[in-house]
Unconditional design. Structure first.
Length: 206
C-alpha cells in the first residue's frame, strides 16, 4: 500500500469520526433549545390540575409512576416536588417514579435514597447534593441535569443515558454501570475506582 493510499484512508476515517461527533454535538444543542422552548411555554389549566393531582398522589402514596411532573417559567414555587417526596418519606413510603417525566424540578439536597426512576425522563433537573444512594435509574434518560456532589452510592444506572449533565464531585462508590452512556457530561472529582462496571460498561464522550 503506497503512502498516498494510506494517507487517504486515514483522512477518510478522521472525516467519519469528525462527522459523528459533530452530529452528537448538534443533537445535544437541539435538546437544550427544545427544553428552553418548553420551559417558556405557558401551562394550560388542564396541565396545572394534572400536576397538582400528581403531586398530591406522590405525597400521599409515594407512587406516581408515569406521571408528568414539570416546572415552567411562570411557577414561583420550584420546590413543590421536593416537599411532596419529603412528605411521602416521612410516612415511611418508598418512592416510585417509574417512567415519569421530571422537567426543571428543583431537588437540591433532597433525600431520594432507594427511589425507583426506572425508565424515567429527567430534563433540566437540579439534583445538586441530592441523596440518590441505592436509586434505581435503569434505562433513565437524564438530560441537562445537575448532580454536583450528589450521592450515587450503589445506584443502578444500567442502560441509562446522560447528556450534558454535571456529575462533578459526585459520590459513585458501588454505582452499577452497564451499557451506560455519558455524552458531553462532566465527571470531574467523581472517583469511579469503586464503581461496579459490568457487561457493556460505560461510554463517556465529551
Amino acid at each position: 500500500m503506497n503512502n498516498f493510499l494510506k494517507i487517504s484512508i486515514i483522512g477518510f476515517i478522521a472525516l467519519i469520526i469528525g462527522i459523528y461527533f459533530f452530529r452528537k454535538t448538534q443533537q445535544a444543542d437541539s435538546l437544550e433549545q427544545t427544553l428552553l422552548i418548553t420551559y417558556e411555554q405557558k401551562r394550560s389549566e388542564k396541565e396545572t390540575q394534572e400536576l397538582l393531582k400528581n403531586l398530591k398522589t406522590l405525597a400521599e402514596t409515594g407512587n406516581c409512576s408515569g406521571c408528568n411532573l414539570n416546572i415552567r417559567k411562570e411557577d414561583t414555587d420550584l420546590t413543590a416536588m421536593h416537599q411532596a417526596i419529603k412528605m411521602a418519606k416521612s410516612k415511611g413510603l418508598s418512592i416510585n417514579l417509574t417512567g415519569s417525566n421530571l422537567f426543571m424540578i428543583d431537588l437540591v439536597n433532597a433525600d431520594l435514597s432507594n427511589i425507583n426512576l426506572t425508565g424515567a425522563e429527567l430534563n433540566g433537573v437540579n439534583l445538586t447534593g441530592a441523596n440518590l444512594s441505592g436509586a434505581n435509574l435503569t434505562g433513565a434518560r437524564i438530560n441537562l441535569s445537575k448532580l454536583v456532589g450528589a450521592n450515587l452510592t450503589k445506584a443502578n444506572l444500567t442502560g441509562a443515558k446522560l447528556i450534558k449533565c454535571n456529575l462533578n464531585g459526585a459520590v459513585v462508590d458501588g454505582i452499577t454501570l452497564d451499557d451506560t452512556v455519558m455524552q458531553s457530561t462532566s465527571i470531574d472529582g467523581a472517583d469511579f475506582t469503586k464503581a461496579n462496571i459490568t457487561g457493556r460498561g460505560v461510554s463517556h464522550t465529551m
